[in-house]
Structure formats: structure tokens, C-alpha cells
Design a protein around this ligand. Sequence first.
Ligand code: SF4
Length: 391
Amino acid sequence: MSGAFNDVRSLYLHIPFCERKCEYCDFTSVAGATGSAAYMDALNAEVRHLGERLGRLSLDTVFIGGGTPSLVEPELLAGLVATVRDTFSVAAGAEVTMEANPSSITAARARVWRAAGVNRISIGVQSLEADALRFLGRVHDAGRALAAIAEVRDAGFTSINCDLIYAVPGLGDTRWRRTLERVVAAGPTHISCYELTVEAGTPLHTRVRRGLVTPVEGARAMRQHRIAVDVLGGAGYAQYEVSNFAVTGEECRHNLVYWHNGYYAAAGVGAHGHLPAAAAAAIGLDVEAGAVSVRHWHGRGIAAYGRAVRAGEFPITGSEPVGPGMREQERVMLGLRLREGVRLDASSLDEARSLEGMGLLAVEGDRVRATARGEALLNQVTLRLVGDRAA
Ligand code: SF4
């Protein structure tokens, strides 16, 4: 079966444990690491099960996200990477990323991750301002975040991302700029800057609903986004995606698979995958006639996940077939987030030129990309280009 699904070259794995739940968090995660050893057993089993059904995929990227993967015992993490290597063919030079939080990073733990074959680390710094960190419900302070960057570097990591959040109530432009400058000075190779969003069901959402917190208005959020573009651009980080900045050659290859509308297998509670139709059928998903691919997702309950894996099932609770039309819409929608832009077919180019006339797109031949103004109105621009199915 080896090589049966050559266009699936990426794998996402989810580890749902965190020290505590952050105020804004809508990810699949729980507070505490109780049950993490049993969970990791189940996750290893699901990876092996994927291998039985999909064959020995050749993987270019593996992304271990969460949650907080750095919170589980490093030996369990190393065991998971070993299972991936036993099950699939991890290419020489593959990117193997792991997410980590400052409070569960030490140089000793980082050395175990590195020795296991993790070669890129993504650290949830979020802010270096004490009140912003408190507001977000983070458990670390600025000193711990900066120390963590130094520790992973000492352990041999050269590809280091820092995640940051802007548009935090109370965080003015000057202090946002200061966080950016201090993170740049710490020398990561990649920086992601995300706007704080208020997701239903989070403690932050409750506080907003009760009138205890006023979200930052859109104009200020956009100004802070532009500050990030300016500060990071000036420091040599190219904005290769709306929210992502990297020094040359350090772009996240795994996330580029998403933005290029590529395929990826997935395992773990809450994990989302996207497989070509034949691969989706191989793991037992319903594939409608005419579907090119299938997006699918795992349930969010940890106990139910373990039970399903032990019963020999894939704990996938939902899926959506992708036909040729939707696939094209998704390709444009995701590609517009990239600095390199996206190629359009002739039928959309007239609309693109009219958006160019409004200063929202730059058109070069059959390739378009969003301008700074277009970036601020990306949903509307996408809608105009591909219709409301994708917006
Ligand atoms: S560390 Fe990340 S995944 Fe965990 S609760 Fe906070 S935001 Fe959510």
C-alpha cells in the first residue's frame, strides 16, 4: 500500500492538555494533565491505525499542536514521534513542529524533544506585558517567556516561532510595539500575530456579554496589525501570510499546506483533517459521488476518544465532502491570505481588476494578492471573487 496516497504528505496530531484554560480559548483543551498517559496511548494507537489504512505515507511535515504538548511527559512526546516514524516514512529534512508554552519549557525537556526528532518549536508567548498576560489568563510572565526562548535555543532548536496576540483591551499601541520589539530582540525565526477574538462559550465571551469587558474596536485592531507588519518587516521578517512573519526560509511548511489547500491526515481529539476522496474512503468516511476530497473532524471529548480508539474505530464525528466548485473556492479563499497570492481563472479576473481599481487587490497576469487595504477587508474581497459559499 506504500505510496498509495502520495498527495497526503502532512500529519496533524492534537494533545489537549493545558495548565489552565485561558480566558479566550476555544481550542480543544482541558485544564490539567490528568489522564495524559492513557490519552497518549490512544493517540499512538490512532496513528498506527491510520498507517494500516493509508499505508506508509511519505511525510514532509508533522505538526503536534494543542492544547499544550509541552505539558505531557517529554518521554511520552518522544514516544509519539517514534510511533510516527515507525508508521510512516518521515522524509529527510521534514519539518516536525511542536507547540509549547513557556511555563512547561525547560532546557532539559527541550533536549528530549529535540533528540526525538522535533525540529521546530512554536511558543505561546502572546504578550510581554503583565496586565495583558493576566487579562488573557496566561500562567507565565515576560521573564519566563524570554527564558523559554533561550532554553529551546540552548537545547539545539534553530527554528523557533513565537505566537503573539494584539487587540487586547487595555494594551495600547506603544506597549504592543514594545512587545514586538522585545520579542524580535530574542531572535525567533518566525512570529505569528493574531487578533484577539471573542469566541462564544469562552469566559471572555461571558465577560463581554455582561459588559465587564469592551472589545477593542476594529480600527485600533487593524492599526495594531499594521504596527506588527511595520516592526517585523523592518526587522527582517517577511509577512508571508496575513498573520505570519518569517525570516527567509523559515516559513511554516505545515501551515503552508493548509493555505495551499493541500491534504493532511489528522489524529487526536478535536483534530481536523483533509483527505483526497480515496484516502477518506480508506479510513471509512462516506464519500459522496463527485467529491474530490473530504474535510473531517474528531470529537472533542477525551474519554469518548479513548473508547472509540480502543474499539478499533476512528473517533471522527463529522465530515464534509468537497466538490470541484468548493475546492476552487477554498483554494482562492486560502490563497488570498498569502503574500505570494493566488492564481485566478479567466472568469474571475474581471472582478479582480475591478477590486484592483478600488485598491484592494494587486493583479499580475493571472495572479492576485491582497493589498494592505484588501487585507483589512479580506472576507468581503473573497466574497466578491468566489461567492458566498466560501466567505
Ligand atoms: S494554552 Fe492555548 S490551548 Fe491551552 S487554554 Fe491557553 S489558549 Fe487554549
